[in-house]
Design a protein around this ligand. Structure first.
Ligand SMILES: [Zn+2]
Length: 97
């Protein structure tokens, strides 16, 4: 993966999810997930590495292989943090073993 997030810090009680495109199955990112349950929002500071340059904080999260949109960048006002609101049907996740 081309992008390694320099700001990503190891979080307690987290596990690693591989997020992949639901259309073409390309792996998009390795992500530190906190808590069980579906991935609704992908916090940019929890992305470990990815095939997209997240330092540019693109507005739309697009699959670089098939160009389908997987998410939209939003800013959480209270936390002053950028996250990707994921499009439920557009991606798959699996736990890294
Ligand atoms: Zn794709």
């Amino acid at each position: 993966m081309i992008y390694k997030n320099p700001y990503c810090r190891k979080m307690k009680n987290s596990y690693i999810l591989i997020v992949s495109c639901g259309h073409c199955k390309t792996d998009i990112a390795r992500y530190q997930k906190v808590g069980r349950g579906n991935l609704l929002r992908m916090h940019i500071d929890r992305i470990i590495e990815g095939i997209i340059d997240f330092s540019k904080k693109p507005k739309a999260l697009l699959c670089p292989n098939c160009n389908e949109q997987l998410g939209t960048r939003i800013t959480l006002k209270r936390e002053k943090k950028d996250v990707y609101k994921m499009i439920r049907s557009a991606f798959n996740t699996r736990e890294e073993s």
